[in-house]
Write a protein that binds this ligand. Structure first.
Ligand code: HEC
Length: 126
């Protein structure tokens, strides 16, 4: 083996080492690894995927009899209206653009927020 070959081999080994070192520092995030499999965001509809969430989490304080902040979230039309005109998304993402919702309750999980985004991007299928 000549000197050139030895150098190439050394460089190869060094590169491999570097690669392994860098890749072993990769930080696996549970959501990124399993999120798409466990959280189904395909073909969502209001009736099937969103209404239950909103009814349970929001409608108690945002209905016709008790529209907190003048907002009703009790059916398809009222929810779509609020999302299009209002602060719905910011409030559930708790990103500082609106009051955090659900008020006094726990924040929606990543899967629920992903579903909301996917449903909105899908064009608010009823
Ligand atoms: C326990 C009662 C309660 C629940 C549950 C609740 N809200 Fe509210 N919501 C309020 C009250 C009271 C206000 C007005 C005061 C405020 O902004 O904090 C409000 C305000 C809002 C606003 C206006 C925020 C702003 O900054 O102007 C939005 C949007 C909203 N709620 C959406 C939701 C959504 C979406 C849910 C379900 C995830 C929800 N709310 C659940 C009581 C509630």
């Amino acid at each position: 083996m000549d000197v050139k070959m030895i150098k190439i081999r050394q460089i190869t080994i060094a590169s491999l080492f570097l690669l392994i070192t860098i890749s072993s520092c990769y930080y696996d995030k549970r959501d990124e690894l399993y999120g798409p499999n466990k959280c189904n965001t395909a073909g969502l509809t209001y009736t099937k995927d969103i209404s239950g969430l909103v009814n349970q989490s929001c409608a108690g304080c945002h209905n016709a009899a008790n529209p907190s902040a003048g907002i009703q979230l009790h059916d398809y039309v009222s929810v779509v209206d609020c999302i299009k005109n209002g602060k719905f998304v910011g409030s559930v993402k708790q990103d500082g653009t609106a009051s955090n919702m659900p008020k006094g309750g726990s924040k929606w999980g990543n899967c629920e927020l992903s579903k909301l985004d996917a449903w909105i991007q899908g064009g608010y299928v009823q």
